[in-house]
Ligand binder design. Structure first.
Ligand code: ADP
Ligand code: MG
Length: 327
């Protein structure tokens, strides 16, 4: 059965079978083992869409994002953007694709130079991609600072003069400075106070509308992902367990892992019956992932088949994909 999400216009970004293995104890050929940080992950991203990626810490969300923008080199797979595989691009073509896909990080403080005024930080990516004259870049940076809710005169201020939320606004201005098509937001509000989180989320949504952006929104906080995403992918130990439109995923979670994640979140509708799945044990090491279904060691429903055979991610309901032998 064809996946509805791929019918019609081709997706803006199509990520297929991405793998990122980190060698342990030597270079790739001499490695004593591999951390399978991302192991055969795929998804599509459409224009102006937000895809949420969720899963516990260490499941490979950041590595997935960083691999797509080639901050780290992939071990395998493809990332098709405008018909070209980002993983095969070199030189000028890679530069130009990189301009179109920007990242916003959890901690903007670590990516801002404490000795550089923030206006210059915003201009930096424009200079790298040779956009505008010096004067035009300055004007654009001021305009962007204003657009993200800061004052134009704050162009001349240093990072330490800003709060966490303001610094994240600067991080966002920086990502937008080169007019990207896609922004990969890696836990952009996780380090912020809850009251500030919603302001930054609202800003991201406004900017998405204004600049027709597509987002890959990475978070471990399900309520944030639910709020902002059109579709959600649930990752566990480097693999995609379930993928569905947001409403569908939250109304009818199928994978036992997703159900366990959701059962730990308060449900706003008290009439909804709350099932509680408590996971046994802790997350296994991605250096020695379990056989078969990587989730079987913690799954209350695991069978012999789950120990032996990795379930494929298959469409079990329209647009709802699940990697589980139970269905
Ligand atoms: P998440 O963002 O979901 O918390 P990450 O993508 O950061 O997860 O990490 C996935 C796995 O890859 C983790 O087990 C992590 O320890 C491992 N990992 C990440 N970066 C490296 C690296 N440079 N070298 C070795 N292992 C790494
Ligand atoms: Mg991360």
């Amino acid at each position: 059965m064809p996946q509805l999400e791929t019918v019609g216009a081709p997706p803006l970004l199509e990520v297929k079978n991405v793998k990122k293995y980190y060698p342990i104890g030597g270079t790739f050929r001499r490695a004593k083992g591999f951390v399978k940080a991302v192991d055969d992950v795929g998804f599509t991203l459409n224009e102006r869409e937000t895809l949420g990626l969720v899963g516990e810490s260490g499941c490979g969300k950041s590595t997935t994002g960083r691999t797509i923008v080639r901050l780290t080199e992939p071990t395998g797979g493809q990332a098709l953007y405008k018909g070209k595989d980002l993983f095969r691009l070199k030189g000028r073509e890679l530069q130009s694709a990189r301009k179109d896909i920007q990242m916003v990080f959890q901690d903007p403080h670590s990516s801002l130079d404490p000795k550089q005024i923030v206006g210059r930080a915003v201009e930096e990516t424009m200079s790298i991609h040779a956009i505008g004259t010096k004067r035009e870049r300055m004007e654009m940076a001021m305009e962007l600072l204003h657009r993200v809710g800061l004052r134009e005169d704050q162009y001349f201020r240093y990072p330490h003069e800003f709060s966490g939320g303001q610094r994240q606004r600067i991080g966002i201005a920086r990502a937008l400075a080169v007019q990207p098509k896609i922004v990969i937001c890696d836990e952009p509000v996780s380090a912020l106070d809850v009251s500030i989180q919603s302001q930054v989320i609202n800003l991201l949504q406004e900017l998405q509308e204004a600049y027709e952006l597509s987002y890959i929104f990475i978070a471990h906080d399900l309520s944030v992902v639910r709020h902002i995403s059109d579709r959600v992918g649930v990752m566990y130990l480097g693999q995609m367990m379930e993928k569905a439109p947001t409403n569908e995923l939250f109304a009818r979670p199928q994978h036992p892992y997703t159900r366990a994640l959701l059962s730990a979140v308060p449900i706003p509708n008290p009439a909804a019956k709350k099932e509680r799945i408590v996971l046994k044990g802790s997350i296994p090491s991605p250096l020695h992932p379990p056989s078969g279904c990587v989730f079987h060691t913690r799954c209350p429903f695991a069978t012999e088949r789950c120990k032996a055979e990795r379930p494929a991610l298959e469409e079990k309901a329209p647009n709802h994909l699940v990697a589980c032998h139970l269905y």
